[in-house]
Every structure is written in C-alpha cells, then in structure tokens.
Design a protein around this ligand. Structure first.
Ligand code: GDD
Ligand code: MN
Length: 389
C-alpha cells in the first residue's frame, strides 16, 4: 500500500500485476489471505510480528480479506495499533485464494514476497527459516510437509490420499514444474519479487506456488520443513470444486506459454507476414523486374519486420514489459535469427531455380514453406521466451 492508512478498501475483482516498486526499508512482505478467520488472525498476526521483529529485518504483514461475513477485515484492522507492521486489504466483489495472494503482492513493497495461511495451520516460526533460505541464489523458499522434519499432524487417510493423488497427477501433467519441489501444494512460501514482477500470473484455483514455478523464471528453490497444524477455529474452505479448479489449472499451465489469445494472435501475425512476404515478392519481381534474389530478400525482410513489430506491439503486448533495452535486445535478436534463415531461404530459392529449373514463383513458395517452420522455432524460442514465460 502506498498510503499510510492501515485499511485499504478495494472493489471489484481486478488483480493488478506485481510491480517493480519497492521500499528499501522493507525486506519481506508476507501476505495472509483470509476468509472467515476472525477467530484466528489475532494470535497469528501477533506471533508473526514477534517472530519477524526478532530477526531485525524490515517487514510488513498484509491481510487480504474477501469481505468475510465474520468481518475478519474489521477485526484485523483493529489489530493495527498493536501490530504496526500490519496492513489490511478488504476486497469486496472478489474472491479466491490465489487472486487474494496476488492482490496482496501487488500492494506489497518488500523485496521478498510471501504467503501464509490465516488460520494458524502454518507455524509462524518457520518463516524465519524461509527468510534465511532466501540468499542471493535462491528465488523461492517453500515450507514443505514432505522433507525431513515436516509432516501433517492429524490428517485422515482420505485427505492424505487426495493430497498425494493431486501431487501425482501434477507430476504426470507438469513434471518440470511439480517435480521441482516435494510439496507443490504448499500455500506457505517466499518468492523474490523479480520472479513475479510484471509476470502475467493467471490465478485460477488454489495453487499459487505452481503458478509461480511455472511462469516465473526460477533457477533455485529451497525447501524447509514444517508440520501442518490442526485448525483450532473455523473450517477449511477446500471443497470438491477446488479439485476441479486444480485440474483446470494444471491443464492451463500445460498449454503455457502460448495461452489461447496469444496463440490466435501469433497465428494471425504469421499468416499476415507470409501473405505480405509473397505479395511483396510478386510486386517487386514481376512489376519492377528486379532479380530473383534481391526481390526475395526485400520481400523476406518485409515479412520479418512485420512479424517482429506485430508480436512486440500486439501478440505479446501487456506481458512483462522489461524496459526499452529488453525490447531492443528482442527485436535485434529476432532480426538476426530470422535474417540468417532468410539467407538460407535465398540459397534454397536460387538452387531450385538454377538446378531444378523451377519457375520463380513455385520456387519462392517452396523455399518459403521449407524455412518457415524453422523461423518459428527460432524466432519464438530465442527471442520471445522472456516475454512469454
Ligand atoms: N482472501 C481469501 N479469499 N482467502 C481465502 C479464500 C478466498 O477465497 N479461500 C481460502 N482463504 C484463506 C483461508 O482463510 C486460509 O487463511 C487460507 O486461505 C487457506 O485456506 P484453508 O481453507 O484453510 O485451506 P486448507 O487448510 O484446506 O489448505 C491449506 O493447505 C494446503 C496444503 O494441502 C492451504 O495452505 C493451501 O494453500 C495448501 O495448499
Ligand atoms: Mn487451513
């Protein structure tokens, strides 16, 4: 939060992206999503404040409450006097654990962002282990039930089975993401801001950690043990619907990086560039009578410029804007990669005409068809990867 009022009222379900803005005095911003946790937040927030204050680092606690019927937000706002590090966001007209967490992060000012349940099931003391694990190399620190020293206190066999089943399914569908941590379902973790800043997080479902690992650029993950405690007050919000949401989430991440809208745009831009390329060739070669290689080179360059410009301004617009330098790097990268392939294409074109006696137009189309797939692999892999991830 940028102003100093401890209670921020938000209306609607718009979730802004996490920004680059930080307050140098704050190292950690810990978000506490709540729904009907009026009976739990007081103890948790006091304890968290105590534990974190003892570390000597600057921190803030941010409760994001979705206008709970039990008025958790009001109870929380009442704690601010005792707990000066606390800020409270009350969202009206929005719901969902993952969107609440992202909303909290987007109003956070710390260099490290985190999340912990508001019901006391995540032991507050573990946050200092997580914080200590966030050294220069580590981008994400996860509290895990499945490393030595971790566990669940008193779960039914059914719940254990469901939890492990969900994990196994995740491993099957998204091995590269789910397989990186022992407890991919953890809702208790810290992440360095730059991993999620500007990243288009898609908060379906409950599992924000999966989203962070799949879409952020995470090289090193640390895990620290914790024991999942019993709830003393209130009840869990997990329902059958959450398992469906989890499945949907896995499928969406599976289809990542090109999500549907970007994919449609990508294909449209590709089609347009190919048509422009061919028309430019016909126009220059036929009407102006320039030689084959020169006509095809200019036409190819028209296609490249169109592709690069439209992808940057339209297909991937709104994704991670990483400054002018990054844009120049991307555009130059695309130009070099696609330019090299254009040279190959011109060679193929000449070979077809000179050695195989093909007509210029047929040769042009064949050469284009042969090289186009490679330019997509190269162009999108090399140069827009930073944008799509
Ligand atoms: N703002 C907001 N909006 N908070 C929510 C919402 C929501 O729609 N739904 C749940 N919460 C809050 C709860 O009040 C609680 O503080 C926290 O999110 C976790 O919800 P629980 O309903 O207590 O979840 P759980 O105990 O079953 O699941 C926990 O364990 C899982 C591990 O299996 C959570 O930590 C999960 O994140 C974790 O994955
Ligand atoms: Mn819980």
């Amino acid at each position: 939060m940028t102003d100093d009022s401890p209670l921020l009222e938000l209306v609607g379900d718009e979730v802004p992206a996490v920004s680059d803005d930080t307050d140098p005095s704050i190292r950690l911003s810990l978000v506490i999503p709540t729904y009907d946790e009026a009976a739990n937040v007081g103890r948790l927030v006091r304890r968290l404040h105590q534990v974190l204050a003892a570390t000597g680092v600057g921190f803030e606690l941010i409760i994001v409450d979705d206008d709970s019927p039990d008025c958790t937000w009001k109870v929380a706002a009442g704690l601010v006097q005792d707990v000066p590090s606390l800020r409270v966001i009350r969202r009206t007209g929005a719901s969902g654990l993952a969107t609440a967490v992202i909303c909290g992060w987007s109003h956070a000012r710390g260099d490290v962002l985190g999340v912990i349940d508001g019901d006391g099931q995540h032991p507050p003391e573990v946050v200092t282990d997580l914080l200590a694990a966030m050294d220069g190399q580590t981008e994400v620190a996860v509290a895990s039930r499945h490393v030595d020293g971790g566990g669940v206190s008193d779960w039914s066999a059914i719940r254990r089975l469901l939890s492990r089943g969900a994990q196994a399914l995740g491993l099957l569908l998204l091995p590269g993401t789910v397989g990186r941590v022992t407890d991919p379902m953890s809702g208790y973790f810290l992440v360095r801001r730059d991993v999620v800043a500007g990243v288009d997080l898609d908060p379906v479902g409950y599992k924000i950690l999966l989203e962070v690992l799949a879409r952020g650029e995470v090289r090193r993950v640390a895990e620290r043990p914790y024991v999942f405690l019993e709830r003393s007050e209130g009840e869990s919000k997990v329902s059958a619907g959450h398992y469906v949401g989890y499945l949907r989430h896995l499928m969406r991440l599976r289809l990542h990086p090109l999500r549907s809208r970007a994919l449609v745009r990508y294909l449209l831009v590709t089609a347009l560039a190919l048509v422009a390329d061919a028309l430019a060739f016909l126009w220059i070669f036929d009407r102006h009578g320039w030689n084959l290689t020169r006509s095809a080179a200019i036409a190819g360059e028209v296609g490249i410029l169109l592709t690069v410009a439209l992808h940057d301004l339209w297909t991937f617009a709104g994704r991670a804007t990483r400054g002018a330098v990054d844009r120049i790097r991307r555009v130059l990268g695309a130009q070099i990669a696609l330019g090299l392939l254009l040279a190959v294409r011109l060679t193929v074109l000449n070979a077809l005409v000179n050695w195989f006696d093909l007509g210029p137009l047929a040769a042009f189309l064949i050469a284009m068809a042969a090289i186009t797939p490679a330019s997509h692999l190269l162009g999108s892999r090399l140069t827009w990867r930073g944008v799509t991830s």
